[in-house]
Write a protein that binds this ligand. Structure first.
Ligand code: NAD
Length: 427
């Protein structure tokens, strides 16, 4: 049986408002930075947002016109950078929020990029491969003028893959009249992709989690972990924790959750998901109501699905000691306060999941220099970068006596403020 979005259980909580959350986080973080009100004003809205209509001929001969978006939030530090999401709940405010978080993330990890994000309102699981390809190509045709290796560089996000990037980079070559691999990252290796990009976000989450555990006086070996979402990010995060000796006792995807207090065999689960398309039905664990995954008694919780999953309604019941945010914006502003008051450490998204954009930067730099990078070099440079950024944020948190999220925003906004001042945009 092939499951589609229609099979997903519905969450009872109200729809999250990521744009309001992102704006609030920037205003809050700026209090712990050198930014003036002018900087905060500039960061509070995207520089540009495009909405496009994408006509796609369906396999049955009918026409569907999809709505696509691309937001470019800030180019203070360089061209926009950020993924493209294919999901039924995509909307302009979500794309704007995700672009804002990319600006802050790229500044935090000191990359020469601004923030961007794109999306198409669609259920990719209900499209044939041919329809998906026509949609991907249509997205690029509609937005080609706004993209480019020095303008805006997309990558995969929820519902898109390296194959989608392959179609997109090919379509861009047709429109531009020449092959330009550096305009997309997360590409197939054959088209200028970099070894290690597929696992980069999950590996970065593991490194960030390991650093945070160490600060808490814990080792990865023997800790218990629950991972929400078993896609490109969650499946690798679970694998790296598992390989390092942690017990991954819970995982979930949009269709349901699994629990095994003895630990789930993550390699076997990878095989099961490749065969069935879902974690559900895996024989090595008990099934759990999907959203109960977040409430399991574990040391580490990795939300790696969508925004707004940890909210005022469940933050008080979370039992994890440490939350490492794999997804973008998984914790609402209200939930953040509850977690801080309960002494639960949160490694924020802009730090924890930055491995993806860091390795995307390596890919872009590799494409531009035409010099190939080896997998071990990618991994080693990613580890060095994640450790350095974690240390910088942790030091700032101790200095200002505030949670890691505020410290991370403070560091990032300082960098953005300095660049805006140097450009003459602000006082
Ligand atoms: P994906 O489409 O590959 O996977 C998403 C996973 O989440 C799927 O397993 C899906 O079934 C599951 N899911 C969706 N709703 C759920 C719910 N309510 N409960 C449990 N599981 C649910 O997407 P991805 O690329 O893994 O992205 C996941 C998150 O990580 C997003 O917030 C994305 O923006 C963020 N992120 C991705 C990257 C990247 O490199 N792909 C980098 C940084 C951040």
């Amino acid at each position: 049986m092939v499951l589609t979005q229609a099979d997903r259980p519905q969450s009872p909580q109200a729809a999250p408002d990521p744009y309001a959350a992102a704006r609030q986080q920037i205003a809050d973080g700026a209090r712990f930075s050198r930014a003036s009100d002018e900087v905060v004003e500039l960061l509070s809205r995207p520089a540009r947002v495009y909405e496009v209509a994408i006509p796609v001929r369906r396999d049955d001969g009918s026409l569907t016109v999809f709505t696509g978006y691309r937001a470019q939030h800030s180019d203070a530090l360089g061209p926009a950078k950020g993924g493209i999401r294919f999901h039924p709940d995509v909307n302009a405010d979500e794309v704007k929020a995700l672009a804002m978080w990319m600006t802050i993330k790229c500044a935090l990890v000191d990359l020469p990029y601004g923030g961007g994000k794109g999306g198409v309102i669609c259920d990719p699981g209900s499209l044939s491969q041919g329809e998906l390809e026509r949609l991907a190509r249509g997205y690029v045709r509609a937005l080609a003028e706004q993209l480019g290796p020095d303008r805006d560089i997309p990558a995969p996000d929820v519902g898109t893959s390296s194959q989608v990037m392959g179609w997109m980079v090919d379509e861009y070559a047709r429109v531009a009249g020449h092959f330009e691999p550096a305009v997309f990252t997360g590409k197939p290796l054959e088209l200028g992709g970099i070894p290690g990009r597929a696992e980069a976000t999950g590996l970065g989450i593991f490194y960030a989690g390991r650093e945070a555990l160490q600060e808490l006086g814990r080792k990865v070996d023997g800790t218990t972990v629950a991972v929400q979402g078993f896609g490109k990010v969650g499946s690798y995060a679970a694998r790296f924790f598992h390989q390092a000796g942690a017990r991954v006792v819970g995982v979930s995807d949009v269709y349901g959750a699994l629990h095994n207090p003895e630990g789930i065999d993550i390699e076997q689960l990878w095989v099961h998901v490749a065969q069935t398309g879902s974690v559900t039905g895996f024989p090595g664990a008990q099934e759990l109501p999907r959203d109960d995954l977040l409430l399991l008694p574990v040391d580490v919780l990795v939300p790696a699905a969508l925004e707004g999953q940890i909210h005022a309604g469940n933050a008080g019941s979370i039992q994890a000691r440490l939350i490492v945010e794999g997804a973008n914006g998984p914790t609402t502003v209200e939930a953040d306060e509850v977690l801080a008051a309960r002494g639960i450490t949160v490694v924020p998204d802009i730090l924890a999941n930055a491995g993806g954009v860091i390795v995307s930067y390596f890919e872009w730099a590799m494409n531009r220099s035409r010099v190939a990078w080896a997998a071990d070099e990618v991994q080693q440079r990613l580890e060095t970068k994640m450790k350095a950024v974690y240390a910088e944020v942790s030091a700032r948190a101790r200095e200002i006596k505030q949670p890691l999220r505020r410290a991370a925003y403070g560091v990032a906004i300082d960098r953005l403020a300095d660049a805006m001042r140097a450009r003459g945009w602000v006082k």
